[in-house]
Design a protein around this ligand. Sequence first.
Ligand code: PLP
Length: 393
Amino acid sequence: MSLKFVYLDHAATTSLRPEVREAMLPYFDEKFGNPSSTHRWGRQARNALEQARERLAAAIGAHRREVVFTGGGTEADNIAVLGRWRSACRSTGGNGSSPSAARGAVVCSAVEHKAVGAAAQCAADEGAELITLGVDEDGRVDLNSVMEALHARPCVVSVMWANNEVGTIEPVAEIGARCREADIVFHTDAVQAFAKLRVRVDETPCDLLSLSAHKISGPKGIGALYIREGTQVLPLVHGGGQERELRPGTENVASAVGFAVAAELAAAEQEEEAARLGALRARLREGLQQIVPELVVNGPAEHVLPNILNVTVPGADQEGVIIGLDLEGIAASGASACQSGTIKPSHVLAAMGRISDGDAAVRLSLGRTTTAEEIEFAISAFGRVIEQLRVEA
Ligand code: PLP
């Protein structure tokens, strides 16, 4: 096989699509204006920004007034959780906030990305009661525990649409429906779900939803928070009035344009691409299981993203596997993206009860550029790495 390098870390980040780059380029050059300026350069940039907002909103079934551009998924998650908590602290009513709950509780699942987990912890440091929803061995949140948590009248419930480490799809429609019945604000982090699943806020009862461009072949450093009309959040940074004062600072016009193009393409191709990736993932799973029979798949057989495969190799050294794969030309991840580089035990696998010392957990994540040939290459490389580690042990 002639391949030398295979990138199987698309859940960490993706390469920019050519169409996205093309759309962005003019905004670095002749169309460089500041959207807040009133002259023609400014108006040109403002138009581009508002068009991007409109296109992104349409891709998720939102109204453009409900989309706030942020500096990425992390920032969107922080505004949703911490900004929501701070708003509830101030508010004497509004959507889901409960003044009687003495500033209230913040609810999130045990498998959230650190962007949500750390924001919730920050709210706890400011006085919130932090309620963590446990998950089953497949990483799924139990609806009964959500119902239980709603008794605390939380100011926000945050459960991710799909998990970044194991790919588990959470029952967000059901959780959102319960929150809505109880008049509690529901946030979902759809950073990994968008483009892999059908993510539409007009079909799903959620009040806040986070997105990130670089996971869908858009640029890094831009994301968006969908804020359903009437949902109250406070900004985390202060300055000018941009983005309805929720994310002040001169807007990143080029990236907003790129994000909108990436989102439009991703939404249009979602069904077909999910089927293609799902078939590749199934082949990868089957191939790895054939070559390493003791391999354990982390995450459910169904209700799982079509592009993430997380496996445990019992008795193998985690760092050895990741480094071995790297030497074979395969990019994989030993933990979530933010932790990769320094391989740390995963809080997600721990919450699923699937961590044990001396086992290697590896995430392989597929994307737009992944081919069948790459999957075959990865399967045989994986086999060689495990065999080598066994010889060395
Ligand atoms: N949420 C999830 C589920 C993610 O996977 C990531 C990125 O790894 C983030 C949030 C953070 O997004 P960003 O890298 O745009 O800050």
